[in-house]
Design a protein around this ligand. Structure first.
Ligand code: TNX
Length: 527
């Protein structure tokens, strides 16, 4: 059978969906009926998100054994960890006791042996037959992405005669690679603080949809959330409260390193952001000497923006910035340091440019690459810097100076925007973003003159002025994040809301099983 590709547009998605759907009808029509051996081997349609590059439906089904074994080749520590991760996730899903091994009669095999280099770092191929699930990737990272596909393929079937439930999946052959190298989400822990476990939970959710970049917004007017040993009042004072005046909190460097390692194990890069020169009231409140006036303002618990600025022409400002960049870079495994740079409305433009240029040199000195909100394009930035588009066309200026772009258009990709005017939490200054609107845009057509040769990918930021609990995080993030993940991973040509919404509907029970408090939008035909 020929491979079906997404660049044959809608057809592939529809064919895939119908193929899998038809395989689960009680009275399947020819030719599917003749291919199905027993009612217990018929599984419901799965609706993969993000949609793979190519999917070829097969014959029959794989049934998971209660004591199934996952094998790895070669049995490196890294591959073995991925196998144990898959076993844990399958056991969570099914209640089974799947284990891992390096030999024996495994029914699920994860292998990097002899894989095709064309799969790249994150690509994989997957074959499911009656007797075997075989996942092949060129790199362990590709195995990890493919493992998420396996998690989504397994479905539950109740035997109509015995009422026994079994877990399995319909046979299929998949070959898959991402469209963009940067598929991210951001969590603002400055407006309201979220602890290590909450952040890990967010990282796990990102991993399920094959995202690979986690941006942590660590400081703002209302809170400073990362320990800096040489400036300990930043957390003692700056971390003491939050929007609304409630509890504060901060990560020790050990906490941060733990988060970064947790993400890294899931092939997700953490990008720390220290926002400057604006959005710095918490730092200015902690140290009088950072203020041009020499007087510290009180902590701020409102939600206005644009009123604070570091003192651009004071030497101590750069001592401070360098200490922060040095200490935080030392516990950051990723190659990027996010310097913020947005909404510096209280910093005159000439000073702003001088500041960005100086900070850029400091970041380079500590061997990190600069990323900033698109306003930094006013500075003398250059390759390999990255500008993050959110609400203007300044990103194009960045491109003209040699920078790359990450797309986070606020009218489409902001997770803190309300779904509709009745949404209890969130904001609406950029747009109301329902699930369809969040899905129907493309990074390559967002800014005139900025195309895929300039674009690294996309990121969906969750600002937390109105977000207080993990339930709130879930509600604003899901189901929109699944759509952003697909925009980042899947081919543009295959994407259509009227097909996607059925796959999203099939994700509903999965999100529920994962304990995610998602928004059950009536745009989606939930199961
Ligand atoms: C704009 S987006 C901001 C944030 C706010 C957000 C609220 C950006 C770079 N700055 O400081 O939290 O709007 O939606």
């Amino acid at each position: 059978m020929k491979c079906i590709r997404t660049n044959t547009n809608k057809t592939i998605a529809v064919v895939l969906f119908l193929a899998i759907l038809s395989a689960c009808k009680e009275e399947p029509t020819e030719p599917v009926a003749s291919l199905i051996q027993s009612p217990t081997t018929i599984f419901p349609p799965v609706g993969l998100i993000p949609l793979p590059e190519s999917v070829q439906p097969g014959i029959g089904s794989f049934v998971l054994k209660r004591n199934g074994v996952i094998l790895t080749e070669p049995a490196t520590d890294e591959n073995k960890w991925i196998a144990s991760y898959l076993a844990a996730k399958l056991n969570d899903l099914t209640g089974y006791s799947v284990t891992t091994g390096s030999a024996g009669t495994g029914k699920i095999i994860l292998t990097t042996t002899g894989a095709d280099a064309a799969l790249g770092d994150e690509g994989y191929s997957l074959s499911v037959t009656d007797s075997l699930v075989k996942l092949t990737a060129y790199r362990p990272e590709g195995l990890f992405r493919g493992v998420q596909t396996i998690r989504q393929l397994f479905a539950l079937k109740t035997d109509s005669v015995s009422s026994d439930t079994i877990w399995g999946c319909t046979s299929v052959t998949i070959r898959d690679r991402p469209r963009y190298e940067w598929r991210g989400a951001m969590l603002d822990v400055a407006r309201h603080f979220f602890g290590v476990n909450d952040v890990k939970r967010f990282i796990d959710q990102m991993a399920y949809y094959k995202l690979n970049t986690f941006h942590l917004h660590l400081s703002d007017d209302q809170g400073w959330r990362i320990e800096i040993q040489s400036w300990d009042k930043l957390t003692a004072i700056g971390g003491s409260t939050s929007v609304g005046g409630g509890a504060g909190g901060f990560f020790t460097q050990k906490d941060f390193a733990e988060i970064a390692a947790y993400a890294q194990q899931r092939y997700i890069t953490v990008i720390p952001e220290v926002d400057m020169p604006g959005h710095t009231n918490a730092a200015l409140a902690s140290y009088a000497e950072l203020n041009c006036s020499g007087t510290a303002p009180p902590m701020f618990t409102g939600i206005q923006v644009g009123f604070s600025s570091l003192c651009i022409d004071k030497a101590i400002t750069y001592t401070f910035v360098e200490d922060v960049v040095r200490e935080l870079s030392a516990v950051t495994p990723g190659e990027y340091f996010h310097i913020g740079g947005d909404e510096a409305h209280s910093t005159p433009t000439a000073e702003y440019i001088r500041f960005i240029d100086s900070v850029q040199s400091i970041v380079k000195k500590y061997n990190k690459k600069v990323i900033g909100w698109e306003e930094i394009a006013q500075g003398n930035i250059a390759s390999p810097s990255v500008v993050q588009h959110w609400n203007s066309s300044l990103a194009l200026q960045g491109v003209n100076k040699g920078a790359k772009v990450v797309m986070s258009p606020s009218t489409k990709a902001y997770l803190d925007m309300k779904y509709d005017k009745t949404t209890r939490i969130g904001q609406d200054w950029a747009a109301l973003i329902n699930v369809q609107s969040a899905y129907e845009w493309d990074p390559s057509t967002t800014i005139d003159g900025v195309n895929d040769t300039h674009i690294l990918g996309l990121e969906a930021p969750l600002w937390t002025e109105t977000i207080l609990t993990t339930n709130d995080i879930d509600y604003m993030t899901f189901p929109r994040l699944a759509g952003y993940a697909e925009i980042g991973w899947s081919a543009k040509a295959g994407r259509e809301w009227d097909e996607y919404k059925y796959r999203l509907a099939a994700q509903g029970p999965r999100l529920a099983r994962l304990g995610i408090n998602f928004y059950r939008s009536d745009e989606v035909p939930w199961k």
